[in-house]
Design a protein around this ligand. Structure first.
Ligand SMILES: Cc1ncc(COP(=O)(O)O)c(C=O)c1O
Length: 499
C-alpha cells in the first residue's frame, strides 16, 4: 500500500486522536505507521507536496509534522533528496505513544499510586492533577499568543548580554534579583499600576507559584487559615494546601470577593485575591470592596496577597489602581508575572513586599530557593529599558482586543439571546455562562473532542452548587480560526443545553 493510502486510512478513523490538530494527527499517523512497520525503515516518503495534495491538507502542516518526526529521529531528510524512514528508531519509541487528553482543571487523578510511598503532604498535592498537556488547543484559557513575541529581538538582546556578560552574572542570583530589573519593574508598577514601591521592595521570583509559596512559607504556619476566593485559581489553592493551611472559601460576586458574617467570624492569616480580573470569573473588584477588604485585613492583622496576573489586558474603561496602591496599612503583598505578557516558560515574576518584610523575604528567597538566571534577568531589564516592553504590551493588547471582539461577535451571532458572556472586560479569557442544569464538565469534554480546550467553571468552586460555565481563552487562538472554532463550540453548547 502507498504511504498516502496508509495515512489516509489511519486519519480517516473517527477515533484517531480527534481532539488533536491536523499537524499532530499527521505526525501521530506517520509515527504509528513506522512503529507498526507499515512504513519500513529506509523507505522514502512521498514529497510533502504530494502528501498535502493526497490528504487535502496544507503543505505547511505536512512540513511541520515532518520536522517534528525528523527532530525525534523517526525520519531523516537531506536537502533535495527527500525524506526517508530512519534505519534505527529513537530509543524506547513506544513510551511516547500515549497521547494525553487536554486537561480539565481539578479532575481527580487516578495516576498517583501508593507505590510511590509519598508523604501525606505529597499525596495531597497530587490528588488533583491539572495534567501534563500534549499541546495547546484553541481557546485554552490563559495562554498568550506566542507568535507575537519578538523572538529575533529577544535573541539579539540575549546574545548581547552573553557577549558582554560580567562574571557576576554567572553566579547565583543576587538576593532579591538583578538590580536594574528590579528598578525597571518598580518604575513600571508606579506608572501603570499605581503601586507604592521603592526598588528595595521588589524581589524577582521564578513566577507567581514561587511568589505564593514564599508568602505562605514566611507568613503562615501549618493550620493557619487562608481566605481564598470562591471560585479560585486552582494553582494558588494547591500551594496553600501544600503548606497545610486551612482554606476558607469566600464567595465572589460581580463586584469581587464578598465576605459575609460567617467569613468575618474566622481569623485569616492570608487573604488571596485577584482584584483586576478575578480568576476565573473575570469580575473586577470595585473600589468600595477594595477599601473594605483593606480594612478587614488591618483589623484582623491578615496579609493580603494581590495576584495581578493579567492587569495589562484591559479593553474597556480605565484600569483601576492596584489594591496595594490604596493600602494605608502596609498589609498587601503585590505579585506579578511575565508569563502572560512575554511567555510562560520565561518563569520570571516579582513580589512587592511591605518595607517590614524586605529583609526576611530576601534572606528566605536566597536561602530556600537559591535563585539564578541572572542573564535572563539582565536581558529582560534591557528589554524594558529600551522601550520594547511598552511596545510589546501595546501590540498584544491590540491583538487580544481584536480577538476578543471577534470571539464575542461569533458567539453572539451563533447563539443570539441564548448566550450570556461575562468577565470579558479584561484579561485573556471570558466566561460563557451555562444554565444550572447543564454539566459544564461534560460540555468541556465534548468540546475537547472537537479540538477545543475550554475549562469548566464549576471545577474552580469549593462551595456547591457551583455556577456553570466555560472559560474560553482568546489570546492563543489564531484570528483566522476564531469563527470556525467559535461555531464548533456553540454547536457543542447548543446540543448540551437542549438535552
Ligand atoms: C490567577 C493566575 N495567577 C498567576 C498566573 C501565572 O503564574 P506563573 O507566574 O506561575 O506562570 C496564572 C496563570 O495562568 C493565573 O491564572
Amino acid at each position: 500500500m502507498s504511504a498516502s493510502r496508509i495515512l489516509n486510512t489511519t486519519l480517516g478513523q473517527a477515533d484517531f486522536h480527534p481532539h488533536l490538530s491536523q499537524q499532530r494527527r499527521l505526525y501521530e499517523a506517520v509515527r504509528a505507521a513506522i512503529l507498526t512497520q507499515q512504513l519500513a525503515a529506509g523507505n522514502k516518503l512521498p514529497s510533502t507536496r504530494a502528501i498535502a495534495s493526497d490528504l487535502g491538507i496544507a503543505r505547511n502542516t505536512v512540513i511541520a509534522a515532518f520536522k517534528q518526526l525528523a527532530a525525534e529521529g523517526y525520519v531523516s531528510s537531506a536537502l533535495g533528496s527527500g525524506t526517508y524512514i530512519s534505519a534505527s528508531l529513537p530509543e524506547n519509541p513506544l513510551s511516547t505513544l500515549a497521547v494525553s487528553e487536554p486537561p480539565i482543571a481539578n479532575q481527580p487523578s487516578t495516576s498517583c499510586g501508593d507505590a510511590a510511598n509519598l508523604s501525606a503532604r505529597g499525596s495531597k498535592s497530587t490528588a488533583y492533577a491539572a495534567g501534563a498537556r500534549f499541546e495547546i488547543q484553541p481557546f485554552a484559557p490563559g495562554d498568550p499568543d506566542f507568535s507575537i513575541f519578538p523572538l529575533k529581538l529577544w535573541q539579539r538582546i540575549q546574545n548581547r548580554v552573553w557577549r558582554d556578560a560580567r562574571p557576576e552574572l554567572l553566579d547565583y542570583g543576587l538576593a532579591g534579583g538583578y538590580l536594574p530589573l528590579r528598578s525597571a519593574i518598580a518604575e513600571y508598577l508606579r506608572a501603570s499600576r499605581s503601586v507604592n514601591v521603592s526598588v528595595e521592595q521588589v524581589m524577582i521570583t521564578s513566577g507567581t507559584q514561587q511568589s505564593l509559596d514564599l508568602c505562605a512559607h514566611m507568613l503562615t504556619d501549618a493550620g493557619d487559615t487562608a481566605w481564598v476566593e470562591d471560585p479560585c485559581y486552582w494553582a494558588a489553592r494547591r500551594v496553600f494546601e501544600s503548606r497545610d493551611l486551612l482554606l476558607h472559601p469566600v464567595a465572589v460576586d460581580a463586584k469581587g470577593i464578598a465576605p459575609n458574617e460567617r467569613d468575618l467570624a474566622t481569623a485569616p492569616r492570608l487573604i488571596y485575591v485577584t482584584p483586576s480580573h478575578q480568576y476565573p470569573t473575570g469580575a473586577v473588584m470595585t473600589l468600595a470592596r477594595r477599601r473594605k477588604l483593606l480594612d478587614i485585613a488591618a483589623a484582623k492583622r491578615a496579609w493580603i496577597l494581590e495576584d495581578d496576573y493579567d492587569s495589562e489586558f484591559r479593553y474597556t474603561g480605565r484600569p483601576l489602581a492596584s489594591l496595594q496602591g490604596l493600602d494605608p496599612y502596609g498589609r498587601v503583598v503585590y505579585m506579578g508575572t511575565f508569563s502572560k505578557i512575554l511567555y510562560p516558560g520565561i518563569k520570571v515574576g516579582y513580589l512587592v513586599v511591605p518595607p517590614a518584610l524586605v529583609r526576611p523575604f530576601k534572606t528566605a528567597l536566597y536561602d530556600l530557593q537559591r535563585p539564578g538566571q541572572m542573564t535572563v534577568q539582565a536581558a529582560l531589564a534591557d528589554f524594558i529599558a529600551l522601550g520594547h516592553f511598552a511596545t510589546h504590551i501595546r501590540k498584544i493588547r491590540q491583538a487580544y482586543g481584536a480577538k476578543r471582539e471577534l470571539l464575542c461577535k461569533t458567539l453572539v451571532a451563533q447563539m443570539g439571546d441564548g448566550i450570556a458572556i461575562s468577565g470579558e472586560e479584561s484579561g485573556l479569557h471570558l466566561v460563557v455562562e451555562l444554565p444550572s442544569h447543564v454539566d459544564d464538565v461534560a460540555v468541556a469534554r465534548l468540546a475537547a473532542e472537537s479540538g477545543i480546550e475550554v475549562m469548566a467553571l464549576s471545577t474552580y468552586y469549593a462551595a456547591q452548587p457551583a455556577r456553570r460555565g466555560l472559560l474560553v481563552g482568546y489570546a492563543y487562538v489564531a484570528p483566522g480560526k476564531i469563527a470556525y472554532y467559535g461555531k464548533l463550540l456553540t454547536n457543542v453548547i447548543r446540543s448540551a443545553v437542549r438535552k
